[in-house]
Design a protein. Structure first.
Length: 314
């Protein structure tokens, strides 16, 4: 942008010299350099915190679908990349063994209830024992709990969508055996809800606050400026993460990079539904803070230049 404004200045200087408005002495010959230095300190240095910009990305949660029960896949109901609503079936597991277990417990519960009724009847007649009533009551309570668990297992033979979204690269097929193993997922489910975030360098974050105006330029929408607002600032970055392990964490050094912080954006533009923007869509976003307002026009020009350059960027 400095070069662009300097070229404009040089063009105006050349026109003024041709029209005889100025004489090209030594001062005017070195003035483009002075112009560049002036632009740098007066506009572009304050621009970095007055209207900070950074790389933007549209993030989506990808959930690993692991069934709550194990067994053979009976049917695959979902289709790859087809929209699903929360609760729609993705695939089903053969329920025969779980149905049999539930029926077995139901039969045992009927017998236990009959034994309890007889024990209570004998107690009412004065010829029974309280211990028998207590034993059959405890047996009934245990069977009811087991039956509830068995019905839950049976219900979970239908694996359902955990949220609104779609399944990616569905390779699961009927006849394949799946297991309830937390380290092995069988389906990758992409949530429809997404979050657009921009990385703002640490030195330029101090004036950024929720509610401030944001402009977003995405590579897949060349020539378009998307309006939004700062929703919140993610007050942690990967440099702060300590992963539990048997290795002693490295202490900070001067060579460690200053990683940016994420700023989550909500869109004001009704023409753009954030959920409809593909996950992984990248671009640039600029936040217009309450500081150095005079520099905002420069950032707006830069954002529009980038939007048009997206037509030719690879």
């Amino acid at each position: 942008m400095i070069v662009f404004l300097t070229l404009i200045y040089v063009a105006l200087l050349f026109g003024a010299a041709k029209l005889g408005l100025i004489r090209l002495n030594a001062f005017w010959k070195v003035s483009p350099v002075l112009w560049m230095v002036l632009l740098f300190f007066i506009l572009f240095v304050p621009l970095q915190w007055g209207a900070p910009a950074g790389a933007a990305n549209n993030y989506r949660a990808v959930m690993e679908v692991v069934p709550n029960v194990s067994g053979e896949v009976q049917t695959v109901e979902a289709q790859p990349l087809q929209p699903l609503t929360k609760g729609d079936p993705i695939f089903t597991i053969d329920p025969v063994q779980y149905e049999a277990r539930a029926r077995q417990l139901e039969a045992q519960l009927v017998l236990s209830r009959a034994n309890l009724d007889r024990a209570e009847d004998l107690m009412a007649r004065g010829v029974g024992r309280q211990v028998d009533v207590d034993i059959y009551q405890a047996e009934m309570d245990s069977l009811e709990a087991q039956l509830q668990s068995a019905r839950w297992d049976l219900e979970n033979t239908v694996v359902r969508a955990p949220a609104d979204g779609y399944v990616v690269a569905l390779t699961l097929r009927p006849g394949q055996r799946v297991a309830n193993l937390p380290m092995r997922s069988w389906v990758a489910f992409v949530e429809r809800q997404s979050e657009l975030a921009v990385g703002i360098p640490q030195s330029r974050l101090r004036h950024v606050k929720p509610g401030q105006e944001v402009e977003v330029v995405l590579r897949m929408f060349p020539g378009q400026i998307i309006k939004g607002r700062v929703d919140r600032i993610v007050n942690v970055n990967p440099a702060a993460q300590l992963t539990p392990s048997g290795v002693i964490p490295a202490v900070p050094t001067a060579a460690d990079p200053a990683l940016p912080f994420g700023v989550v954006i909500t869109l004001d533009d009704a023409a753009f539904d954030l959920a409809a923007i593909p996950g992984g869509a990248v671009g640039t976003a600029a936040v217009y803070t309450d500081s150095a307002a005079a520099t905002h026009v420069i950032r707006r020009v830069m954002m529009r230049m980038e939007a048009w350059l997206n037509y030719i960027k690879p």
